[in-house]
Write a protein that binds this ligand. Structure first.
Ligand code: SF4
Length: 218
């Protein structure tokens, strides 16, 4: 019998790599990259996931994840939550015992994500050109399991992020990540600003780009 459409997802790639970002940085991780994103951040490095992809049954995705033999799984995109059935995938990955994280743009409601998932939620800065997409209703839903990420393009972005940090007491809710936009913001300069202002946030570089450069599937 055919799998009901309700249990399929549009998928760009599944691959094993080293987690390059977030609290789980450095762990061998299986990445499940779903296809499609309603945003167009000017610095996007995964535009190849906007279109194309193939339909996969969720159970086939689980089998492919298992084949790689890692404990950590990161569901990403694109914007994975743009496909409603992503919620079912996340639940099944948690049921299977993986440490599951979700990378999401912050533009879509995260309320129904399985509570066992660690949600990495972007807050889009002015420099992204998609700031108007931030769904601020997500902020009160964040817990200590989650992380908020600012990709900083310039000093104006940094100042904006600092204001958001204070206004929403973000560091009291969850871990907060500040990351320089590659090729736009000097990492060292950002690190110096964070230290000078004594911000309670975590600086991060994209480790996978240090290791392998800006290539798909890594
Ligand atoms: S939300 Fe992520 S995938 Fe979508 S355009 Fe922005 S950076 Fe790219």
């Amino acid at each position: 019998m055919d799998t009901p459409a309700a249990e399929r997802l549009r998928l760009t790639e599944i691959f094993l790599s080293v987690q390059g970002e977030s609290r789980s940085v450095g762990w061998p991780t299986v990445f499940v990259r779903l296809t499609g994103c309603p945003l167009r951040c000017q610095y996007c490095d995964t535009a190849y996931a906007f279109h194309g992809g193939e339909w996969w049954e969720i159970d086939t995705i689980l089998a492919e994840v298992a084949r790689h033999g890692a404990r950590h799984v990161c569901v990403t995109g694109g914007e994975p939550l743009a496909q409603k059935r992503c919620l079912l995938l996340l639940e099944k990955l948690c049921d299977a015992g993986y440490e599951v994280s979700l990378e999401t743009s912050g533009a879509i409601d995260i309320a129904d994500v399985d509570p066992r998932v660690s949600r990495v939620v972007d807050l889009k800065t002015p420099g992204s050109k998609e700031m108007h997409r931030n769904l601020l209703e997500n902020i009160p839903l964040l817990t200590a399991r989650d992380q908020v990420k600012f990709v900083v393009c310039d000093r104006a972005d940094y100042d904006w992020a600092k204001t958001m940090l204070a206004e929403h007491a973000l560091a009291d809710r969850c871990e907060v990540l500040f990351s320089p936009s590659q090729g736009q913001q000097s990492p060292a300069e950002l690190a110096e600003w964070l230290l000078a202002d004594k911000l309670p946030v975590r600086f991060q570089l994209q480790l996978h780009k240090v290791l392998w450069g800006d290539v798909a599937g890594k």
